[in-house]
Design a protein around this ligand. Structure first.
Ligand code: BG6
Length: 496
């Protein structure tokens, strides 16, 4: 089955993970600059431990974007999901626009357009400016005004470049790991912080929708443009028959709790009950629910990496039954388990199982009736870069099996506008630093020039795109190797 000619074959990436140039172009620090400096940690080589490394240069996309866009064109992409860095646009406060920041994104988006690649901006990917964080960040209700001013500016000056936008990447990860725990910045370890941050993020999304519609009327954004939110729901699989109810509760939290506010304008009642139990009901102020209800978004972005096996939280695991320690949540009744038997894992202990992508997509479509786009899907692995060719067959297989599920869901009636994999090139990973590779294109982080080199998965994706989504083959290793050799033989000096 060939896909619609407008189908987006994309790759996704993110400013603080790829851009570098943290203090150039008038930019100041965001919470990610502060966090990576404060928590800098390099574990022993070769271990799948968390590395927190400098993002000062990273893959240096800031200086190499023209090279990268040439590579993207050659790869065949017709879409690039890329987060606009709020701190680059408002570097000092909520009032003064940093015109150098606007200019940078204007150049990037114009170059993408000139190469027939649609920019698909994400307005917020966890990178609160430090000037905002120092005033309470997302816990401070004033963030609504700051964020609204930021998005209005972006729509005004960059709105013309595209008709697909996302407000955010994974509010769930940002608030659960950054507010309820301290795994990610700003690292608050606070239930109250979590409740305030998630509610304010939801309101920011509704306000973004208001600005989006205004920008359409003003002619700054096209009338057909879509605005979405991006979520990383890992669909639940009951570990045992008796875990069915626990699994439903898990899905209620991790699907509905994070999607309903901006797709239906409601919270599942369990959230209000939880707020009341914590004495935090006043976080939802009068008028807030109307604001959500009247300004729902148009599109669902879905980051699918893996499903989640769910058991009741009182289940006593047997010795040696699990691959890694089970994960409990801030709400009771269920936990995520990682069974050893019959489950495949990446070297970073992420489950590999594409089979829940199709049913998950159907569930999202049935419930919300909004178009969908896969915004992230990819394999984090240790790539062997010692030889002449980088033969990441595992990544080609992973991507192929997942793309097949997207096609199945489309055939069953789910409206997918595109698929964007994670990620275009190797970048800084929040859980693995520069030792966890995701890219189709390798980056030599030790070379002064941050040299780019295509991997086997690159030619796999190139062939899939050229076939309009038809050629999913991934186990014809000799052919793929030859394609990679051919590609490398014409890999001009300016890609380096
Ligand atoms: C997503 C994030 O949650 O997962 C990305 O949007 C991230 O920023 C990706 O890189 C993979 O996670 P990690 O920690 O393996 O890089």
């Amino acid at each position: 089955m060939k896909l619609d000619k407008d189908f987006i074959f994309g790759a996704s990436t993110n400013a603080f993970q790829i851009e570098g140039a943290r203090n150039l172009g008038g930019r100041t620090d965001s919470i990610w600059d502060e966090f990576t400096k404060r928590c800098f940690h390099i574990p022993p080589a070769g271990k799948n431990d968390r590395e927190i490394n400098s993002i000062a240069i990273s893959a240096d996309f800031y200086h190499k974007y023209q090279t990268d866009i040439r590579i993207m064109k050659r790869l065949g992409l017709n879409g690039l999901v890329y987060n606009i860095d709020w701190t680059r646009i408002f570097s000092k406060n909520s009032q003064e626009v940093n015109w150098e920041g606007i200019k940078f994104y204007d150049n990037v988006f114009a170059t993408l357009r000139a190469n027939n690649i649609k920019p698909i901006p994400i307005l917020f990917h966890w990178d609160t400016p430090m000037w905002a964080e120092l005033q309470g960040g997302f816990e401070n209700r004033a963030i609504l005004e700051w964020f609204q001013g930021y998005v209005a500016t972006v729509f005004k000056y960059l709105g013309k470049y595209t008709d697909v936008w996302f407000v955010n990447d994974e509010n769930s990860t940002f608030t659960l790991d950054g507010y309820l725990s301290d795994y990610l910045p700003p690292g608050k370890n606070s239930k109250e912080g979590f409740a305030r941050a998630i509610h304010h993020l939801n309101l920011c999304t509704a306000l973004t929708k208001i600005e989006f519609e205004k920008a359409k009327v003003a002619g700054n954004v096209s009338a057909q443009a879509l605005l979405g939110i991006d979520h990383d729901w890992s669909p639940g699989i009951p570990y045992r028959i008796e875990d069915e109810k626990a699994c439903q509760e898990y899905n209620l939290w991790f699907k509905n709790f994070f999607l309903d506010p901006n797709l239906k304008g409601t919270y599942p009642p369990v959230f209000q009950q939880w707020l009341a139990m914590q004495g935090l009901s006043d976080i939802i102020q009068s008028g807030d629910m109307e604001l959500l209800k009247n300004n729902c978004v148009d599109l669902i972005g879905w980051n699918y990496y893996r499903p989640a096996y769910i058991s009741r939280d009182d289940y006593q695991e047997k010795q040696g039954e699990m691959q890694i320690t089970s994960k409990t949540f801030f709400v009771k009744g269920f936990k995520q388990v990682f069974p050893k038997e019959n489950v495949r894992y990446t070297s970073w202990n992420w489950i590999i199982d594409p089979t829940m992508l199709g049913p998950g997509a159907q569930a999202l479509w049935a419930e919300y009736q909004k178009p969908l786009m896969i915004v992230e899907n990819g394999l984090g692995a240790f790539d062997d870069k010692s030889g002449e060719l980088i033969l990441d067959y595992n990544r080609a297989e992973y991507l192929s099996l997942h793309f097949a599920e997207v096609k199945k869901a489309i055939a069953q009636g789910v409206k997918f506008i595109g698929y964007s994999l994670w990620t275009y090139c190797d970048i800084f990973s929040p859980s693995g630093g520069y030792r966890k590779d995701y890219g189709l294109v390798a980056v030599d982080f030790n070379s002064p020039n941050k040299t780019r080199m295509p991997k086997l998965s690159y030619v796999w994706y190139q062939r899939l795109i050229n076939s309009g989504g038809e050629n999913l083959a991934h186990d014809d290793h000799d052919t793929l190797q030859q394609l990679l050799k051919d590609e490398l033989s014409t890999w001009d000096f300016w890609y380096q």
